[in-house]
Ligand binder design. Structure first.
Ligand code: MG
Length: 364
């Protein structure tokens, strides 16, 4: 199975309601789609949303990195040499993690098709499904209560609350939501880098003092402030999960050697795909630290399928925040995974990622 071409397309799908965090507001999904074509007719699919505020990757940069660097490195090569191919994708250009992730997942898709096996089985095959939380956008306390109650009524039992906009409101937000949903619903929070280390400790310990029972806090402080992250981890009763701080296996190793976080979040768009994500999971497991698998709010489903495949495959991935497709007005693809009981993502038994029939606009 030889790679003959790498084609790029774009999709644009409106969201049901805008997604708001301390870093940004998003109203539609605008993804770059990657198709890797082969001499036997098999096509591998990948995707990369531009998330400049997090990864620095814009649409133009994703397209340029793939067309001018990554495609040239893989065209003409055999899908059967998977690991050398995945290494070439990582090494042919620095940065550009989203472009690398899109090509990486398309290569795994093809490798699965070559050997007639689903990607979640290739990666370890621990389970066929994974349970996701649901994200509640940051808003005033009343709106967050109403959004949380709607989510619980739909069947979600784990809410991920975005906080950090007007931090003085964060304790009030969480108190209101905890009172409304009761004590059986798991609540995790995500500050998306909004707090200073001292502010974070004050807010988190206030939440603990009030008995709000927060499962974990994601990225309380600035992504590059590893010392600040450690400061919070050392002083907070709420477990700290490093998200925007972990873009690579090297970041994960440094953070875990420092004891700067209690948990690690992996997103394929941050680390450059499944190949690097597997390394981060192994590093975390060796350190006795569990992993949460997340995705960008702008992923349309191919990326979520790839992430869910890894999450289902590996035991040390104990949490999933893979709810991106639930907010799309329509799905631009068929296959990948199905949703059962609102929050269970069940992977397809089809070879590769099992993605079919994309409603996309191909780029010239
Ligand atoms: Mg996060």
């Amino acid at each position: 199975m030889k790679i003959t071409s790498v084609r790029l397309g774009r999709i644009s799908v409106p969201l049901r309601t805008p997604f708001k965090t301390a870093l940004r507001s998003v109203s539609s999904v605008e993804d770059v789609i990657v198709e890797i074509h082969t001499d036997c007719g098999a096509v591998g699919y990948g995707e990369a949303p531009p998330t400049g505020a997090i990864t620095g990757d814009t649409t133009g940069a994703i397209i340029g990195a793939i067309q001018d660097h990554i495609a040239k490195t893989i065209i003409g090569r055999d899908v059967d040499e998977l690991e050398p191919l995945l290494q070439s994708v990582q090494k042919c250009i620095v940065g550009n993690s989203s472009a690398k992730a899109a090509v990486d997942m398309a290569l795994w898709d093809l490798y699965g098709q070559l050997y007639n096996i689903p990607v979640y089985k290739l990666l370890g095959g621990g389970r066929k499904q994974i349970v996701t939380d649901i994200t509640i956008s940051v808003n005033d306390p009343d709106t967050m209560v109403s959004d949380s109650l709607k989510a619980v009524a739909r069947g979600y039992d784990c809410l991920k609350m975005k906080v950090g906009v007007n931090p003085e409101l964060d304790v009030a937000r969480l108190s209101a939501v905890r009172n409304a949903v009761g004590k059986d619903i798991v609540i995790r929070i995500d500050a998306n880098q909004a707090w200073t280390p001292k502010q974070a400790v004050k807010i988190l310990n206030k939440m603990q003092e009030l008995g709000l029972d927060i499962e974990l806090v994601e990225q309380p402080v600035s992504a590059h402030d590893f010392a600040g992250l450690k400061y919070v981890t050392d002083r907070s009763y709420v477990p700290v999960l490093a998200d925007e701080a972990v873009f690579s296996p090297e970041n994960a190793m440094t953070i875990l050697q420092m004891g700067a976080a209690d948990l690690i979040n992996i997103k394929l768009m941050k680390c450059g795909g499944l190949y690097e994500a597997k390394k981060i999971t192994a590093i975390a497991e060796a350190a006795g630290v569990e992993v949460m698998l997340g995705c960008m709010a702008e992923e349309s489903g191919i990326g979520v399928t790839a992430a869910a495949s890894l999450g289902a495959a590996l035991k040390n991935i104990t949490r999933a925040d893979l709810d991106a497709t639930f907010s799309l007005k329509e799905l631009p693809y068929e296959g990948g995974f199905t949703v059962k009981d609102t929050r269970h993502l069940i992977l397809s038994s089809d070879p590769g990622l099992g993605i079919k029939c994309l409603k996309k606009e191909m780029l010239a």
